[in-house]
Design a binder for this molecule. Structure first.
Ligand SMILES: Nc1nc2c(ncn2[C@@H]2O[C@H](COP(=O)(O)OP(=O)(O)OP(=O)(O)O)[C@@H](O)[C@H]2O)c(=O)[nH]1
Length: 241
């Protein structure tokens, strides 16, 4: 009896070990309105939220990814872009971060120019080039070739990413590349520029984290926790899926 109990308890611990996975904290940062919340939804749940409100404090979503047979959990921290909603949370944002996604809006150069201050804030909180960092230009569905000079030039963004040793993606949290391509082709009669799939971003981040050598102290857990998920006032101009 005793030995069968021992056997079943060791089976239990084996199955609990098998169901375990490494969890990585990934910070989503950038100016207010660039689409951090929508991208987080899209990356984790595969959909564009019908409503988007200003994030207060922080919200997070998780996504389990299989990388070469290993389950990797990405815990995406959707931070507040508005200073008044992030003040008290900054120290929580930067604790035990494994990767950062710097997000800007391709139709709003001010959000691209503002990236240096986000990089500086990371540096001040001891997050430098030693962890994987990614640059993501969002809202590519809103690109209008006839107004190219009012938008963020893709080559400029690529150079910026190279300079800061980041991987670069340009994408849309709202529309899939296939739909975008057809729409853009119909609109301009020209080939659309390369669009990155949302799924490529998820897999690239997970793969980078799995293989990253300098990341130590990675938490292994099955559960999760929540700091705050309050959302603030509705933003003007949000659109429905
Ligand atoms: N067309 C288009 N609109 C988008 C896209 N991503 C987000 N939006 C819209 O942009 C607005 C802001 O999106 P949010 O995700 O709330 O932006 P945020 O960066 O989280 O903003 P804060 O919480 O204030 O930091 C909303 O109206 C969204 O519907 C996109 O890829 N394409």
């Amino acid at each position: 009896m005793e030995s069968s109990l021992e056997f079943s308890s060791s089976l239990g611990s084996v199955s609990s070990l098998l169901s375990r996975h490494r969890t990585f904290k990934v910070l989503m940062i950038g100016d207010s309105g660039v689409g951090k919340t929508c991208l987080t939804h899209r990356l984790c749940a595969g959909e564009f939220p019908c409503r988007a409100e200003a994030t207060i404090g922080v919200d997070f979503r998780e996504r389990l990814v299989d990388v070469d047979g290993e389950k990797i959990k990405l815990q995406l921290w959707d931070t507040a872009g508005q200073e008044r909603f992030r003040k008290s949370m900054v120290q929580h944002y930067y604790r035990n971060v494994h990767a950062v996604l710097f997000i800007y809006d391709v139709t709003c150069p001010a959000t691209f120019n503002g990236l240096t201050s986000w990089i500086e804030e990371c540096r001040q909180n001891s997050l430098g080039q030693d962890i994987p960092r990614f640059l993501v230009g969002n809202k590519s569905d809103l690109r209008d070739p006839s107004r190219a000079e009012e938008q963020v030039n893709q080559q400029k963004a690529i150079s910026f990413a190279k300079f800061h040793r980041m991987m670069f993606f340009e994408t849309s949290a709202k529309l899939s590349p296939n739909r975008l391509s057809k729409m853009q082709q119909a609109k301009n009669g020209e080939a659309p520029f390369q669009q990155d799939q949302i799924e490529d971003i998820v897999l690239t981040v997970a793969e980078k984290l799995k293989r990253h050598k300098t990341i130590s102290n990675i938490s292994v857990c099955n559960g999760s926790f929540k700091v705050s998920s309050k959302k603030g006032g509705e933003k003007e101009g949000w659109s429905c899926c």
